[in-house]
Design a binder for this molecule. Structure first.
Ligand code: EPZ
Length: 413
């Protein structure tokens, strides 16, 4: 499905951010650790959530979605999530830790690669083995089995978000205490720990690089509201700055956006923070900045493409280094079609700011690249048509409605 984006828009008004996709996906997987009723509130209607919810339903859990609340009743009766769902999104791999801990056996198709890299899962599997599981590969599937999991020290060579989440979930029902060292610090990790603790887990240290999980016999029911989506918020902040508009973004935790705010301020945009909202506008010319993506609290890789679209405008050269994923510059070729002046060398891109971009027919290769093209299109002279725009809907709820509330006039074609 294509998206028609008119150019020369100055976004103005206010929007409300939805709950975080990257908090909700592991929380949905973690719900498999308990057979009681779990209620997860204010869940956005986005494709990645629908796919994981369907997968959990296929595992035998009763699922209801009413008034944006997800009701899970009962536990999993199967340990083998269907391939046709698993291959749709990488996050389906997050059910491995819970099923291993709860059922002692799990067989999951190896997650496919995606546009931004091979995305291995070696750290996840190393963690499961450290907890006493036998892990084997067979016919493209990963199989893990353990009569009982035992607490242990797990050192992560890289602070992987998914590996931290999978190991934390498995360790919640292990016998004894687990320490995850060099753990990821993302706010979504803290939210997952809070969700698990709300079901009776005993986790401390989430948000620091050592997380302590004291295993418990079983987990119970809960009623939980996930954190707001910091990447959706950041996307609208950058869109406001790029279009020279003036936007208030509500349902935000400014603390989660320190790196994005810092770079927006450095580039001459203005960011005014309240306790649960931010206002972004720009009157001065965009100033070039240097960005290096890093694990939290560094500059988020999920904001790299959007910032590149923004820095394509203005005077002077910006430099962006993508240190988290090995191939996350797919949006460069599309931005070049819109007249951007970008050169890449390995994981580094040099962006020479220009006066204005020109609308073109472009292709979304992944979720954040699609968002970057939408931002570029809003600023361009002439309309832009974004093909494969369904990538954007994977992680942004009602993105057309939200941008149109700010004056964008985007249409689906
Ligand atoms: C999560 O992916 C997010 N997805 C990604 O958001 C985000 O970009 C990423 O964290 C980094 O912040 C969800 O939370 C659902 P990683 P994840 O494990 O867990 C390497 C979006 O746009 N690695 O921290 O897959 C890996 O190859 C998505 O919303 C290993 O080498 O990220 C990558 O280079 C995109 N071995 C790096 O670590 C492993 O076992 C970061 O991966 C695991 C990861």
């Amino acid at each position: 499905m294509d998206m028609f984006v008119p150019g020369k828009v100055k976004l103005a008004g206010e929007i409300e951010v939805s709950s975080s996709k990257n908090a909700i996906l592991p929380i949905l997987a973690a719900s498999l650790l308990s057979d009681e009723t779990k209620v997860i509130k204010n869940v956005p209607d986005i494709r990645d959530v629908t796919v994981i919810t369907e997968l959990i339903h296929h595992l035998g859990v009763k699922v209801d979605y009413q008034d944006r609340n997800l009701y899970f009743t009962g536990g999993a009766t199967s340990q083998n999530p269907p391939y046709e769902l698993v291959r749709l999104i990488r996050a389906s791999f997050l059910v491995m830790g819970p099923l291993l801990a709860k059922k002692g056996f799990v067989r999951v198709a190896l997650p496919g690669g995606c546009a931004i890299g091979t995305r291995p899962i070696d750290l996840h599997l190393k963690g499961f083995e450290a907890l006493g599981a036998q892990v084997t590969l067979s016919g493209g599937d990963v199989i893990a089995r353990a009569d009982r999991l035992y607490g242990n020290h797990v050192y992560l060579d890289f602070p992987s978000v998914g590996a931290t989440e999978n190991i934390m979930m498995a360790a919640s029902l292990a016998e004894g205490t687990t320490y995850i060292e060099n753990a990821a610090l993302e706010p979504e990790i803290v939210d997952l720990a809070n969700f698990l603790n709300s079901m009776g887990a005993r986790i401390s240290g989430a948000g620091t690089n050592v997380i302590r999980i004291e295993g418990v016999r079983q987990l119970g029911s809960t009623d939980y509201t996930p954190i707001p989506d910091r990447i959706e918020a950041g996307t609208f902040m950058v869109a406001a700055a790029a279009t020279g508009g003036d936007v208030i973004i509500k349902n935000v935790i400014p603390e989660h956006l320190k790196a994005v705010t810092a770079k927006l301020l450095e580039s001459n945009a203005v960011v005014e923070e309240d306790d649960d909202q931010v206002r972004v506008y720009r009157v001065e010319e965009i100033k070039p900045v240097y960005i290096k993506t890093l694990p939290y609290p560094g500059f988020p890789t999920d904001m790299q493409a959007q910032f590149m679209a923004y820095l394509s405008l203005g005077k002077g050269s910006s430099v962006i280094t993508e240190s988290v994923f090995e191939n996350r510059f797919m949006h460069v070729a599309e931005l070049l079609r819109m007249g951007a002046k970008i050169t890449t060398e390995g994981r580094t891109a040099v962006i020479q700011g220009i006066r204005e971009l020109t609308g073109a027919r472009v292709k979304a290769t992944d979720l954040r690249a699609g968002a970057a093209l939408l931002i570029a299109g809003l600023t361009a002279r002439g309309p832009t048509i974004i093909m494969n725009s369904e990538h954007i809907d994977r992680g942004y709820e009602n993105i057309v409605g939200k941008f149109n509330r700010l004056g964008a006039n985007i249409m689906r074609t």
